[in-house]
Design a protein around this ligand. Structure first.
Ligand code: SAH
Length: 252
């Protein structure tokens, strides 16, 4: 049981029996949604705890609610999937962030590769990451997640090595891979917790990037015979992985 209105609050705004909502959400709750004492909404602390609360008092700067019920956290996938995403052009990253948030991604890290045409200077990269973090937060609210996916700092391919070594399982999607399919790579897997998916930009990966990733421990996999756009590849790979891991309807 939840409520169609879902908000994230700082963990320290939550104590045993009450949750205080502050910031922009106050106007949204009191003005646009016109909620008042007695109305219910759900709040999450972004660390995996979710509560059904009831408004007890509204003030111009805050909404005081009391906890009615701790909601079962069935909203987060068991698999913690991170996407290392070749920097795509224009708004494609906005779409990837929004859709993968709804689907259950844990983290998205933008990746500069040999063929990614967009080159971001540090200041601009920081601004873009802040924008993507906002999109992730909005999509996490809309989809009722208990956690907000994290947008990592822009990495270049040489920095991918340390990342790849951090994960129990790493897939690099390569359209020229003929032997190993995603399904073969998943066969007989006792599902690890942390998985990294590496998706190339519009121009794809260079052969040496693929060879390097293999050396660092990534499994290079095919996503089938058609060439998917980078945003399609990210969304489809995440969906197939989460489904295989029992999420997204993958388990009764
Ligand atoms: N070089 C490609 C374009 C890259 S598609 C071309 O010839 O047009 C963008 C990214 O999506 C790729 O780098 C890869 O990570 C992924 N991708 C797309 N189709 C794929 C497929 N059939 N198998 C594996 N990965 C794929």
């Amino acid at each position: 049981m939840g409520s169609e209105h879902h908000f994230f609050v700082e963990a320290d705004n939550i104590d045993q029996e009450q949750v205080v909502i502050t910031g922009d959400d106050v106007a949204h709750i009191t003005k646009s949604l016109r909620l008042e004492s007695g109305d219910q909404l759900s709040v999450a602390d972004g660390e995996g705890n979710k509560y059904l609360v009831e408004i007890v008092e509204t003030k111009p700067e805050l909404v005081i609610t009391e906890i009615k019920e701790e909601l079962e956290i069935k909203v987060e996938p068991e698999l913690e999937v991170t996407i290392l995403q070749g920097l795509p052009k224009s708004k494609k990253m906005d779409l990837i962030v929004q859709k993968c948030t709804e689907l259950g991604v844990a983290k998205i890290i933008p990746l500069e590769t040999a063929r990614s045409v967009v080159k971001l200077k540090p200041k601009k990269a920081q601004r873009r990451c802040q924008r993507w973090q906002k999109i992730a937060e909005e999509a996490a609210k809309q989809s009722g997640r208990a956690k907000i996916p994290q947008i990592g700092e822009l990495r270049d391919f040489s920095q991918a090595q340390t990342l790849i070594e951090e994960y129990e399982l790493v897939f690099l999607a390569w359209e020229e891979e003929e032997a190993v399919t995603l399904q073969n790579a998943l066969k007989g897997l006792s599902f690890p917790q942390k998985i990294l998916i590496i998706i190339g930009p519009e121009g794809g990966f260079s052969a040496q990037e693929v060879a390097q990733a293999k050396r660092w421990g990534a499994k290079v996999v095919s996503l089938g015979p058609r060439i998917l756009r980078t945003e399609t590849a990210a969304i489809a790979t995440l969906s197939m992985l989460l489904y295989a891991g029992g999420d997204l309807g993958g388990r009764a």
